[in-house]
Design a protein around this ligand. Structure first.
Ligand SMILES: [Zn+2]
Length: 216
């Protein structure tokens, strides 16, 4: 199954992605993570990416498409994948179709996680992260066993500096501008599944799996 997961920042894509990849035994392809890995390695691609980020830009389309193209050459994607963070604009969505076409593949479903703005703001402002292992928690919806402490390594949890109401609202505006055309693109192809992103991670995962299994 070849899936794309989309949704505004803070809607819970990361947790859902990890549930779905386990359930369907497909790899999670996150362009954000691939870029961070290249930067860490100090590779030529990593340096290009770092320059663009330092200049306050999104990574450009051709570089993003290249990294996706390379990732799709790996063996583990033969049975499918879950794409996260890509495509980010209409141009990339069209390019992605061309890339897949070389393998005779298409996108099966685009899972669009949606939530009202107040729910998203609550998710983001209540989010706490572990600086050691990167695990994320929420002060109400996904509490650690001991308040303020990571379950895995007992590190005190922190709030990311950009997880504020003002910055989140700004990110949402940018998000909607860029993604609305992609949603329309997939809607016209008839493979978009809109899922209510409210509720616990378990509830949202169950909703998605029921929808996908109902399509088979
Ligand atoms: Zn931790």
């Amino acid at each position: 199954m070849r899936l794309i997961i989309m949704g505004p920042p803070g809607v819970g894509k990361g947790s859902l992605a990890s549930d779905l990849t386990k359930h369907y035994h497909i790899p999670h392809i996150s362009t954000g993570e691939m870029f961070r890995a290249e930067i860490k390695k100090g590779s030529p691609v990593g340096k290009l990416v770092q320059n663009q980020i330092n200049a306050g830009k999104f990574v450009n389309d051709s570089l993003t498409n290249d990294i996706v193209r390379i990732r799709l050459q790996a063996r583990d994607v033969k049975e499918g994948f879950l794409m996260d963070g890509y495509p980010r604009n209409l141009r990339q969505a069209e390019d992605f179709d061309h890339i897949l076409m070389q393998y005779g593949w298409t996108v099966d479903y685009v899972i669009y996680l949606d939530s009202p703005e107040d729910v998203i703001l609550d998710r983001i402002t209540g989010r706490r992260v572990c600086p050691t292992c990167g695990s994320t928690y929420h002060v109400r919806n996904n509490k650690p066993k001991v308040e303020g402490i990571c379950d895995k390594d007992q590190t005190p949890l922190v709030q990311r500096p950009d997880d504020t109401v003002a910055i989140t609202k700004e990110r949402l505006v940018i998000y909607h501008d860029q993604t609305q055309p992609i949603i329309e693109y997939y809607r016209s192809k008839g493979n978009i599944i809109t899922i209510d992103g409210r509720g616990s991670i378990e509830e949202v995962s169950r909703r998605v799996i029921e929808e996908l299994d109902g399509k088979k």
